[in-house]
Design a protein around this ligand. Structure first.
Ligand code: NDP
Ligand code: MG
Length: 385
């Protein structure tokens, strides 16, 4: 097809992955060449039969073998493991890779995709949190674009179009505040996974939903913004905005503020990352201002939700500290989901891991992966004792 835009999707079975496929469905000039899941082969098989990619990867080996049999009546090649993920990320003729896996698992395939000259539609914020200095330097070296999918970063990116970067005074990063906005620590003692999974405005994967409730997600986003837009952490101001209509803003030297607004739906940021600088038609998701009598803004409570403060510290220090912040959180959230750690324990574990870690400045990929391993083992050992 003329003007065909070939893409691959890391994590096609997740929340961002399935919404990316909705965008693809609406625009036939997108062609999915390759996609991946961790283990959900039921959904991946359905997706493969509908979108007919040339390659699919299931990270879990056993599940990959099952899928191979299921798809044996097709020409679709099935691969597995971390190497398979890299194959999806570097697949021939793909122009843009959508990184929609969760956690630090996105880092290595993204690095390989950049080295293969692919543009990155980046949802996996953990990639920049852990390896921001490597990824941004490689993107410059290989002349590829890092196009934000995260709604706030898409809003900032949109608000930067046409203006001089050197005249940016501050970035105003909005946060919904999550389900526990306004609560204090003593009201959060008995929070269950079900409570924390009830996000007021956004329907997302489990990990990012829990992270939104602890403000860990906003912390990760501060570090993500630092790398994407090359601004120091102290120029990134988090603002609680309960309605999730103003997706973020840029304040310039003349105090003019440019914002991007829209209903809370990931399709626009996903679509914009794939079509930038074009804006394609969207039939649904019209913002009806009369439904919102007021838009509110507030300071975040960094005493109760102190993971945000920890993230800013980690982001300011740089080195391996943001990896410790992220990896400690990944383990702590998974322990919380299994009922092995209290809700408040998540932020406590991050603080403990950060205070025990000797920061490595300008780490190599290997040092980042070693740090990830250390932080996981550290948190697991504190919980299992
Ligand atoms: P989900 O949990 O919904 O989906 C994760 C995807 O990654 C699934 O396809 C899953 O496969 C796969 N996966 C899980 N673990 C691994 C692993 N270890 N190795 C390889 N693949 C894996 O996550 P989301 O879509 O919510 O989030 C994806 C990323 O986008 C995250 O970094 C998140 O922070 C970011 N993001 C998400 C937003 C949202 O609205 N959901 C908004 C902004 C950013 P399987 O289905 O088989 O488990
Ligand atoms: Mg976000």
């Amino acid at each position: 097809m003329e003007n065909e835009h070939k893409i691959s999707i890391l994590g096609s079975t997740g929340s961002i992955g399935t919404q990316t496929l909705e965008v693809v469905r609406a625009y036939p000039n997108f062609k999915v060449m390759a996609m991946s899941a961790n283990s959900n082969i039921e959904l991946l098989e359905k997706q493969a039969r509908e979108f007919l990619p040339e390659l699919v990867c299931v990270v879990n080996e056993e599940k990959a073998n099952e899928l191979k049999i299921k798809l044996s009546d097709t020409d679709i090649k099935v691969v597995s493991g971390k190497d398979g993920l890299v194959e999806v990320a570097t697949y021939k003729d793909v122009k843009t890779v959508v990184t929609a896996v969760v956690g630090i698992s996105g880092l290595e395939p993204t690095i390989e995709a950049i080295k293969a000259g692919k543009n990155i539609a980046l949802a996996n914020k953990e990639t920049l949190v852990t390896g921001g200095h490597i990824v941004t330097a490689l993107a410059r070296e290989y002349g590829v674009s890092l196009l934000p999918v995260d709604s706030e970063h898409s809003a900032i990116f949109q608000s930067l179009q046409g203006f001089s970067h050197s005249q940016v005074k501050r970035i105003l990063l909005t946060a919904s505040g999550g389900p526990f906005y306004g609560k204090k620590r003593d009201e959060l003692l008995n929070i269950t996974p079900a409570d924390a999974l009830k996000h007021p405005n956004w329907d997302m994967g489990a990990k990012v939903t829990i992270d939104s409730s602890t403000l860990v997600n906003k912390g990760l986003e501060v570090i993500e913004a630092k790398w994407l837009f090359n601004v120091p952490v102290d120029k990134i101001k988090v603002l609680i905005h309960r309605e999730s209509i103003v997706h973020s803003m840029v304040e310039y030297d003349d105090n003019g503020v440019i914002a991007q607004l829209g209903v809370p739906d990931m399709k626009l940021p996903i679509q914009y990352a794939l079509t930038y600088p074009d804006r394609l038609k969207m039939t649904d998701n019209v913002l009806d201002f009369t439904k919102y009598q007021k838009l509110t803004f507030d300071e975040p409570d960094e005493d109760t939700f102190f993971a945000l403060r920890l993230a800013k510290e980690a982001g300011t220090m740089g080195g391996t500290m943001p990896t410790v912040f992220n990896s400690a959180d990944e383990v702590a959230v998974s322990m919380f989901m299994k009922g092995k750690l209290s809700y408040l324990g998540i932020s406590d574990m991050i603080a403990k891991a950060m205070s025990e870690h000797k920061n490595i400045v300008n780490p190599t990929l290997n040092e980042i992966l070693e740090t990830d391993k250390w932080a996981r083992e550290f948190v697991a050992s504190k919980i299992e004792r």
